[in-house]
Design a protein. Structure first.
Length: 74
């Protein structure tokens, strides 16, 4: 199902959504810097289960799968 990063899914998001999703994921996961977000997104730092859940919640809120970037069909 999920991988240790969500870079592919993030890259597939519409450009006008990326910063909102980044900011919300950072808040949900407790990440303080965009550099740390990038490390987690790209898999340089492994995601904890709590962080994976935060990423999934935010992407789902916007209607996207956090691991594939595909729209979620309602």
């Amino acid at each position: 199902m999920s991988t240790q990063n969500f870079a592919m899914a993030y890259g597939k998001l519409p450009g006008n959504m990326q910063s909102n999703i980044r900011d919300e994921v950072m808040i949900e996961a407790g990440w303080k810097t965009t550099q740390y977000f990038s490390m987690k997104k790209n898999g340089t730092r492994a995601l904890t289960d709590i962080e994976k859940n935060a990423v999934e919640r935010v992407f789902c809120k916007y209607g996207y799968d956090a691991w594939t970037g595909e729209p979620i069909n309602a």
